[in-house]
Design a binder for this molecule. Structure first.
Ligand SMILES: Nc1ncnc2c1ncn2[C@@H]1O[C@H](COP(=O)(O)OP(=O)(O)O)[C@@H](O)[C@H]1O
Ligand SMILES: [Mg+2]
Length: 219
């Protein structure tokens, strides 16, 4: 049921909760990736931010998906230092603005929300495909989701294709020379390492697909 409101408020909370658990689980791995081409804090930054996010989720006043995602964004901006705090913060603020007032969303709203979130990251960070950042995961994933939605794919199929494209994009960062962020200071020496932010963005989309497998089966 393309476009049907298949993803509920509880599904969104389950996504954020699953991602926080995934970040906790992969904290050392993300930090190890950042130690090769950055300052060894990406796992620490993401874990600090998402533990703060999780602490606030139960206290949210109503079942508005957009308000919840905006709260995630504000918490990240205020608790995470480094590049990833403002960038992921902006992503969630824009995703929240695009879904404001909805207690459930469908595939089309998800595409529009992802578009808005990515546009926010690009306005702030001025990076594009191939710069060896989180956008190397998010842009191909967004394109795959959009194509799946346009072809009338089910939610489950669309999410599977999105995660596949995200994984390819993440893996494709390894040979790249970084042109943005701290890794760009290394120049050619940044090649040969997978980008930490591209990796956390893959985990973010994987968490959505995993958390929403029930909703996908029902749609
Ligand atoms: N301008 C940018 N646009 C998009 N993503 C970026 C940009 N600069 C850095 N990043 C992402 O942020 C990640 C690093 O995050 P983190 O280590 O938490 O922050 P910092 O680099 O400040 O230590 C990088 O791996 C990259 O994916
Ligand atoms: Mg870092």
């Amino acid at each position: 049921m393309n476009g049907a409101a298949a993803i509920s408020y509880d599904d969104v909370v389950a996504w954020i909760t699953a991602f926080a658990a995934s970040v906790r689980d992969q904290k050392d791995y993300l930090t190890a990736l950042d130690s090769a081409i950055g300052d060894a804090d990406h796992g620490i930054n993401m874990d600090r931010g998402f533990q703060a996010v999780i602490a606030k989720l139960p206290g949210l006043p109503n079942r508005d998906i957009g308000a919840a995602l905006k709260s995630v964004g504000m918490t990240l901006v205020s608790t995470v230092g480094g590049a990833s705090g403002p960038l992921y913060g902006t992503f969630f603020l824009q995703l929240g603005a695009a879904t404001a007032g909805h207690e459930a969303i469908g595939l089309d709203e998800l595409v529009a929300g992802l578009d808005a979130g990515i546009a926010g990251i690009q306005r702030l960070g001025k990076a594009d495909l191939g710069d060896k950042t989180m956008l190397d995961t998010l842009l191909p994933a967004r394109d795959a989701l959009r194509e799946a939605a346009a072809s009338g794919a089910s939610l489950g199929d669309a999410l599977a294709r999105t995660v596949g494209a995200a994984e390819q994009g993440m893996l494709a960062t390894t040979p790249l020379v970084a042109r943005k962020g701290r890794a760009s200071y290394l120049g050619e020496r940044s090649a040969g390492h997978q980008d930490p932010g591209a990796t956390s963005s893959y985990l973010l989309l994987k968490a959505a697909a995993d958390a929403w497998s029930g909703a996908a089966a029902a749609s």
